[in-house]
Design a protein around this ligand. Structure first.
Ligand SMILES: [Zn+2]
Length: 108
């Protein structure tokens, strides 16, 4: 199952339990089922919780522990109260584009 961080509430949701892929296709922000205006209800398959403490891969998906991610996935950081998954991915992409830039490890 793929987890992501809601860009509205900052919580964790599963891509299969909301309109994540449809919204990605339409280039809309990733929203959990509770924040998605087309749903406006939590699905109830697991409790709503913050994404703080989850690890983020380069695709923006969340992992409870970095070793859970397949070896082909690059962990780019850990969600904190101030850094969201999208910020971590954007920082990682900027770093890759600028080899002389800030070391990604400094972001952890
Ligand atoms: Zn949300």
């Amino acid at each position: 199952m793929s987890l992501f961080q809601c860009t509205d509430c900052g919580g964790v949701d599963n891509t299969a339990l909301c309109h994540y892929w449809q919204r990605q296709h339409e280039r809309l922000p990733a929203l959990c089922s509770a924040c998605d205006p087309a749903i406006r209800a939590w699905h109830g398959h697991f409790p709503q919780k913050s994404a703080v403490g989850y690890w983020v891969d380069a695709g923006g998906h969340l992992w409870q522990r970095p070793e859970q991610a397949p070896v082909t996935y690059t962990i780019v950081g850990q969600v904190t109260a101030t850094d969201t998954a999208s910020v971590l991915v954007a920082r990682w992409k900027a770093h890759r584009g600028h080899p002389q830039g800030e070391d990604v490890d400094d972001a952890l």
